[in-house]
Design a protein around this ligand. Structure first.
Ligand SMILES: [Zn+2]
Length: 425
């Protein structure tokens, strides 16, 4: 379902609350059945059957008072039962630095490792299509990069290095001397790509575009605090399955999956920070001595053999995926080249964003939002010129704006700071 206006957003929220309430009635009945092996009073035979069927895939854990969804032996996910918890989960896995404003596919991948609820795909799509930062950084036009497939055999065989401009670099600027020294010290064969044809360094180009956009969404307006977010955002990219390889960079590199983030881990960190020195002194569990025994040389050798084999398996699967992905990319590129720009159906009262043309012409403007706003449409004249006022404080813009420079802006209460806090119990 595509959201087209803020009315449809509100309808979606209402339907979502109803869905959670209905599902939780069933959850309660399943829990009761699992605890007592009896059904609650006053339900029909059809409902009994439904509860009985559900009992095979849901499991109530009395110890942690949590309902789990069991799909396969290896997959055990917490059932999210309260609609008010959605903003917290979405904020953590999408809007926070470790979430990195990743797309819905990647956000789904991360959340579904830990949580389950009905219609979670649509809820994630709803959240991202109403994310203010993601809407403002949507590319102005569809740009299809030139296709130059790169073939590599294993991780770190080819390294792409790029200097990123447009950010407030401060003391972090990399110099040519550092590059030269590094390559000399490690015996790296270097090839320099032309500054006027950055596409030839497509590998670093593509990654840096994602990195830069993700940092920009989190930084302050001066973009001076980007180093504070670099580690977390890099993590969000390393832990994200790549379309072309079918593996996360982490998996390709180490031959095993990374450990998914659990909301409980995050809470633990906050609690630990709040510990007073007196509390810390009573903690005796921090010594590793006696708890860890070092592996023998034979064990290490077996482990390394096993890892090599795993990496080899990953490599074979990855190569199949990459070949298929490169063929698809070429087909997509040809299709997009034919396609024109998108036209929206706008009307008075709607909230919209205006394309940030300043961003196009200005040197170093790349990290600025592609769209500004939101604005409210006051009037559209016969020449398709639109009068706007800011949504924030109702200030009318001096000049009318061309219809073609606008796109609808969606807002959902799931993003409201107030609502995110309300969810915390
Ligand atoms: Zn976002």
């Amino acid at each position: 379902m595509a959201l087209t206006s803020n009315n449809s957003v509100e309808e979606y929220i209402l339907a979502g609350r109803k869905r959670f309430a209905e599902d939780d009635v069933l959850h309660e009945r399943v829990i009761f059945y699992q605890q007592t092996k009896q059904h609650v009073d006053g339900i029909t035979n059809a409902e009994r059957k439904r509860i009985w069927r559900r009992s095979s895939s849901f499991e109530w854990n009395e110890a942690d008072k949590t309902l789990y969804f069991i799909q396969a032996a290896a997959s055990r996910r917490k059932v999210l039962r309260n609609f008010n918890d959605l903003p917290i989960i979405f904020n953590l896995y999408h809007s926070s630095p470790v979430g990195g404003h990743s797309g819905w596919n990647a956000t789904y991948e991360k959340i579904s490792k830990v949580y389950y609820w009905r219609n979670m795909t649509q809820d994630i799509q709803h959240y991202i299509s109403t994310c203010s930062q993601c809407q403002k950084y949507t590319p102005l036009k569809i740009q299809a990069p030139e296709m130059r497939p790169i073939k590599v055999k294993e991780p770190l065989e080819l390294l792409g290095v790029d200097l990123i401009g447009g950010a407030n670099l401060g003391g972090y600027c990399q110099t040519r001397d550092v590059n030269d020294e590094l390559c000399k010290a490690y015996g790296i064969k270097r090839r320099v790509t032309s500054a006027y044809h950055p596409q030839t360094n497509g590998l670093a180009e593509r990654t840096n575009r994602t990195l830069k956009t993700r940092l920009a969404k989190l930084c302050n307006t001066k973009m001076s605090d980007w180093p504070d977010y670099l580690e977390e955002v890099a993590y969000s990219m390393r832990a994200q399955k790549q379309k072309s390889t079918g593996f996360t960079p982490y998996h390709s590199m180490f031959g095993r999956q990374h450990r998914p983030i659990d909301q409980d881990d995050m809470e633990l960190e906050v609690e630990e920070e709040g510990l007073s020195p007196a509390d810390e002194s009573t903690d005796t569990s921090c010594s590793l001595e006696g708890l860890v025994s070092l592996p023998t040389a034979k064990e290490v050798s077996l482990f390394l053999q096993h890892q090599d084999q795993k990496r080899q398996e990953v490599h074979i699967k990855r190569e199949e995926k990459v070949t298929a992905a490169q063929e698809k990319q070429t087909a997509d590129y040809n299709r997009r080249k034919k396609k024109g720009s998108k036209i929206y159906d706008l009307s008075v009262g709607m909230h919209v964003l205006q394309s940030n043309l300043r961003n196009e012409s200005r040197k170093g403007g790349k990290m600025e939002p592609k769209w500004t706003g939101p604005y409210k449409i006051l009037d559209i004249d016969c020449n398709q010129r639109v009068a706007l006022e800011t949504v924030k404080n109702g200030k009318k813009l001096n000049r009318r704006v061309s219809y073609s420079q606008l796109r609808p802006y969606l807002h959902s209460q799931l993003h409201d700071a107030k609502f995110v806090c309300l969810g915390i119990k």
